[in-house]
Write a protein that binds this ligand. Structure first.
Ligand SMILES: [Zn+2]
Length: 466
């Protein structure tokens, strides 16, 4: 059935204008003022609303065995939460451990989403060990359409790679034209500092941040950039949290290193004092990199507006309170992570655009368009144009509400943003032309979501002989 969206204000990463959008099948077929509705079309009046391209969360965990337990979402709960919050495409981290067979795990990850997801999805493939078998499998995985890698410079002996493996991963990525996303912290420093703090009886969640200080993240970022520079590979720093790490990335970029920067929702709004709260409250706010000193927030917001931070993701990773309590006697045992998939768009809109100075175009660019470009989804995703997928968010800026665990769709018994006010929410959300959400209610279909196969988009160093 055709869909006609009338009288909305269209906002993309670059433009802002009033026009109607006609959707026929799964894609946008016309954009113009005063379009007539084809017979049988559903007409949505978007007067007073903003019409955004569907948002893309480039950093999500759904199936995740980690620290002896599993994150709580499955594709049903996660894709519902994503769509209610305006995210129509998510990129999940496929994270086998160092002990696992990469291909076997890749197939497990894919099977968890297939036929289940209500939104479109794709993966970053984590490289957690590098040997001949893994290399052959990675080539197959890229050929299957998963054209981005993830490496961890931290989490030694589990997800982490050493410098030699990082070098080999980047060389392969360069050859294949694949982007490498990286968790940048110095593993050795983290394990030394953790051991010293625990030995000194400093076991509470407030000691998590001092065990991974800003210097540790700046070192990881610097080292990753140095390896990119040496190999010529293209890289992307995930969940950058502080000014010294940002400086390391920007210095590298200034000398020509192909590096992009992602920051994630919690670091824009929360700070390290949250992890110092009494009892289980503090445990909720343990993630890595940790919540930082509040002074970093202004740096992140400024860098976002300036385009120095390219994208905003969530690092969505819901562990419930019972799981968080596994670390009540030692911060090193607290499952790392916090939910955010459902709240990213509304919170960044509220505190960036509505109550801050972030421009609407930059908001769309950072939460949608830029990720589409970096990860080989553009212009199918991240754009409102004829021929693009009809993933649309008709956003109601007049809505007023607050976030609560009681009303969220994420499978978690708390929200790190409990009671936080929001100025706006998606009124209608479509996935390839099908309405999946109306005013906070999922009205769609599970299994509607497709696995998005992506082609490598970066220079592989081979010059065209012609
Ligand atoms: Zn992550």
């Amino acid at each position: 059935m055709a869909l006609l969206i009338r009288n909305g204000e269209i906002v993309t990463g670059t433009d802002r204008y009033f026009a109607d959008i006609l959707v026929e099948g799964e894609t946008i077929s016309r954009i113009a003022k005063g379009l007539a509705a084809p017979e049988g079309a559903e007409v949505i009046d978007a007067t007073g609303k903003l019409v955004f391209p569907g948002f893309i969360d480039p950093h999500v965990h759904i199936h995740l065995p980690f620290m002896g337990t599993f994150a709580k979402d499955d594709y049903k709960t996660a894709s519902t939460a994503a769509l209610v919050g305006g995210t129509t495409t998510l990129i999940e981290m496929c994270c086998p451990s160092r002990m696992d067979d990469a291909m076997e795990q890749y197939n497990i990850w894919k099977a968890k989403a297939a036929g289940m997801s209500a939104c479109d999805y794709t993966f970053h493939m984590a490289v957690t060990r590098y040997d001949a078998t893994t290399e052959a499998q990675l080539r197959e995985i890229v050929a299957d359409g998963t054209a981005s890698f993830k490496i961890f410079l931290s989490y030694k002996n589990f997800f982490g790679v050493d410098d030699g493996e990082m070098y080999q991963t980047l060389k392969l990525a360069r050859e294949l034209g694949v982007i490498v996303t990286a968790h940048c912290e110095n593993a050795e420093l983290v394990s030394r500092l953790q051991a010293e703090l625990i030995a000194a009886g400093k076991t509470g969640p407030e000691w998590h941040e001092p065990s991974r200080p800003e210097t540790v993240e700046a070192e990881g970022t610097t080292r990753f950039a140095t390896f990119l520079e040496t190999t010529g590979a293209t890289g992307y720093v995930v969940h950058l949290s502080c000014a010294p790490a940002l400086k390391a990335a920007l210095d590298a970029k200034a000398r020509g290193v192909k590096i992009s920067v992602e920051s994630v929702l919690p670091h824009f709004l929360l700070d390290k004092t949250y992890a110092a709260r009494e009892g289980v409250e503090g445990l909720k706010y343990v993630m890595s990199p940790p919540l930082r000193d509040k002074r970093n927030q202004a740096t992140l917001w400024d860098a976002l507006e300036a385009g120095e931070i390219d994208t905003v993701g969530t690092d969505h990773c819901p562990f419930d309170l019972e799981q968080k309590l596994l670390g009540k006697d030692a911060f090193t045992l607290i499952p790392n992570g916090i939910p955010g998939l459902e709240d990213r768009v509304n919170l960044m809109y509220t505190y960036g655009v509505s109550r801050g100075s972030l421009s609407l175009n930059r908001f769309v660019d950072a939460l949608s368009t830029k990720a589409a470009k970096l990860f080989g989804l553009y212009p199918r995703k991240g754009e409102i144009a004829v021929g693009s997928d009809a993933d649309l968010v008709i956003y109601d800026p007049a809505y007023r509400g607050a976030i609560s665990a009681k009303t969220q769709h994420v499978n978690c018994d708390y929200s790190g943003f409990e009671g936080v006010e929001i100025d706006g929410r998606p009124s209608v959300v479509t996935v390839r032309g099908q309405v999946q959400v109306r005013d906070g209610v999922f009205v769609g279909e599970y299994g509607r979501g497709e696995f998005l196969r992506r082609k490598p988009v970066f220079d592989n160093g081979v010059t065209d002989a012609g």
